[in-house]
Design a protein around this ligand. Structure first.
Ligand SMILES: NC(=O)c1ccc[n+]([C@@H]2O[C@H](COP(=O)([O-])OP(=O)(O)OC[C@H]3O[C@@H](n4cnc5c(N)ncnc54)[C@H](OP(=O)(O)O)[C@@H]3O)[C@@H](O)[C@H]2O)c1
Length: 278
């Protein structure tokens, strides 16, 4: 079996990718910035490297790495990273976002488009796993859930949030079996549920009362900009959520097609993360 390098192995998706690969008996390496403190699944070997210093990836890529899982954190894109991966590996699976096809100048869109473009031109076989917003984003409500009231804008916005383990399961298939070359998989949850419904489900699964309180968009804009420190990102989120009040976020059959089973639902995700809300 070929060696597989997981970049972002501590990430919310990468940690499940690394664990599944190791459980499946694949020789798995993790690129981490600090091997001494990295917490990795049993059997995964840590290699020091930093995406912002491309040459630092050489040791992790050298010695028979055939496939690479790549995620790109909030850093300027480094084309050299993709060149180095192409020099060593035959296959790359990139964690992208659903926005990758849109003509838009939002930073969150542009960097995924750029990394995808670099990979397409680089040589190895590739698969893009374009995830809808992670269910993990619901943890932004954790403090409010503990207080019993979720104050957020667009309670009627219908979202198809995806369990990070489902994204990882699709990534692992694309890394380890044939038939996924050139695929641009849009991965979503099984249904779209409104923000207000999601808050109610979190409360039900935790066994506590959680009330929805509609936050006017202008209040949300001010509060989220103060909290996130990125006005352009807040604006793009508000625009997307408003659009989902008119047309629900799409639901795809990718998980079913690739994995032969339905995606995990949001109740499962809440149960898996109950401790994070308490
Ligand atoms: N959140 C969403 O809803 C959503 C939806 C679609 C797509 N995405 C995309 O998903 C990606 C994030 O994935 P994720 O949530 O799995 O990861 P994450 O939790 O955001 O990132 C943490 C990982 O990034 C690694 N990392 C950070 N800076 C690094 C650097 N300079 N060099 C090497 N590694 C570095 C960390 O490595 P260390 O172990 O060294 O700390 C850690 O493993 C982003 O590209 C985002 O746009 C997110």
């Amino acid at each position: 079996m070929t060696k597989i390098l997981v970049i972002g192995a501590n990430g919310s998706v990468g940690r499940h990718v690394a664990a599944s690969l190791a459980e499946g008996g694949h020789e798995t390496r993790a690129l981490v910035r600090e091997p001494a403190t990295a917490v990795l699944p049993k059997g995964v070997e840590a290699f020091r490297g930093d995406l912002s210093a491309p040459e630092s990836l050489e040791p992790a890529l050298t010695g028979g790495v055939g496939a690479v899982y790549l995620m790109w954190p909030g850093l300027p894109v480094e084309p050299r990273v993709v060149e180095l991966i192409a020099r060593h590996a035959e296959r790359v699976v990139y964690l992208s976002a659903d926005v990758a096809d849109l003509a838009d100048d939002e930073p969150a869109v542009v960097f995924h488009q750029e990394v995808e473009r670099l990979i397409r031109r680089s040589g190895p076989r590739w698969t893009f796993v374009r995830a809808i917003d992670f269910a993990g984003n619901l943890l932004a409500w954790a403090d409010q859930v503990r207080g019993g009231v979720v104050r957020w804008p667009y309670g009627r916005a219908r979202r198809s949030l995806v369990h990070e383990r489902d994204i990882a399961d699709v990534v692992v298939r694309a890394l380890t079996e044939d038939g996924h070359d050139g695929a641009r998989y849009v991965v979503t949850g099984p249904e779209s549920l409104s923000h207000a419904e999601l808050a109610g489900i979190i409360g039900e699964e935790l066994g506590i009362g959680v009330r929805w309180e509609e936050l006017p968009p202008e209040t949300a804009r001010a509060e989220l900009t103060a909290a996130w420190g990125n006005a352009a990102f807040v604006e793009s989120r508000l625009r997307a959520w408003e659009s989902f009040t008119r047309e629900p976020e799409r639901v795809t059959d990718t998980v079913e097609r690739v994995l032969g089973r339905p995606p995990r639902d949001i109740r499962t995700w809440v149960r898996d993360h109950a401790a994070d809300f308490r």
